[in-house]
Design a protein around this ligand. Structure first.
Ligand code: AG3
Length: 283
């Protein structure tokens, strides 16, 4: 049988790939989950019809959501990942020797279980003794925990369905309150190409809770627009990787210190987009 999957983007554009085997589908308490074996992209995790990650290109996203903030912080010890039940972000965080503990808070236990079963190259990090997995609501967690963090990574789905609350000013305020004084938050902030409204709104909301806000970009070939944004809110200064050059390089496939620096160079249309929403993008 010749079976193809398409993610239909609201912009009227889609990403299509050939599925050689449907490994699993179910409706969990929160969303539709599918794990597909594809011809060209390895295994693919799909939530509510939207591609979350593929074995072929997950490294672009997971390395960039993790290493940019972790190399921007002088000594990240305690890290919180909200969402990210596939484990890819935790795997990258754990490459940093300074990290003593990483908490993962994922709302849907089925995502964790299915990725442990079908996508072990991503979920390996969850078995590390420094990783602590909690099944729960991210906003509830940041409101109630007594822990403090150096870095918080918001590795959520799109701002529809269960993740909507993770894109609100209330969430960012609560997250900022559990960060140490030199803490950094990074949230995936959608594609400025396929969903510019979402990128500029997220950037503006994070700017309400952090004195310093910066957006950076990375390619993710299987996401809508193919260029993805990440918004970094910092309580203190933004360290560029030169300042942490004493730290050993990690084994990566996309991230380098040069890529780190270059990721903050924004194209004109992105600068214009953010200027509408918030303050400190220089032209
Ligand atoms: N989280 C962001 C996925 C966004 C993709 N959106 C889409 N395909 N419309 C990824 C989770 C990976 N750990």
């Amino acid at each position: 049988m010749d079976l193809w999957f398409t993610e239909k983007h609201p912009s009227g554009v889609g990403l299509t790939c050939r599925v050689t085997k449907t490994l699993h589908t179910e409706r969990s308490a929160y969303q539709d989950i599918a794990v597909l074996q594809t011809q060209g992209l390895g295994r693919m995790l799909v939530l509510d019809g939207l591609v979350q990650t593929t074995e072929a290109d997950e490294f672009f996203y997971h390395e960039m959501i993790a290493h940019v903030p972790l190399f921007s912080h002088p000594c990240p010890r305690h890290v919180l990942v909200i969402g990210g039940g596939d484990g890819g972000t935790v795997r990258e965080v754990l490459k940093h020797p300074s990290v003593q503990r990483v908490d993962l808070v994922e709302i849907d236990s089925r995502v964790i279980e299915l990725c442990r079963q079908y996508m072990p190259s991503l979920s390996t990090g969850l078995n590390d003794p420094r990783a602590v997995v909690t099944v729960g609501d991210g906003i509830e967690y940041v409101r109630t925990t007594t822990r403090k963090y150096d870095v918080i990574l918001v590795d959520s789905t799109d701002p529809i369905g269960p993740a909507v609350v993770l894109f609100t000013p209330d969430f960012y305020r609560a997250a900022a309150s559990i960060l140490n004084p030199d803490g950094i938050l990074v949230a995936q902030s959608d594609s400025p190409i396929s969903n510019p409204e979402s990128t500029s709104r997220t950037y503006a909301f994070i700017g309400e809770s952090f004195p310093i806000v910066n957006l950076y970009l990375a390619p993710v070939p299987t996401y809508p627009g193919a260029v993805w944004s990440f918004t970094m809110g910092s309580k203190k200064h933004l360290l560029l990787p030169d300042a942490v050059s004493g730290r050993p390089p990690l084994e990566t496939r996309y991230y380098t210190p040069e890529v780190h620096r270059a990721a903050f160079a924004l194209p004109r249309f992105v600068i214009d987009l953010l200027r509408g929403g918030c303050s400190n993008v220089r032209s």
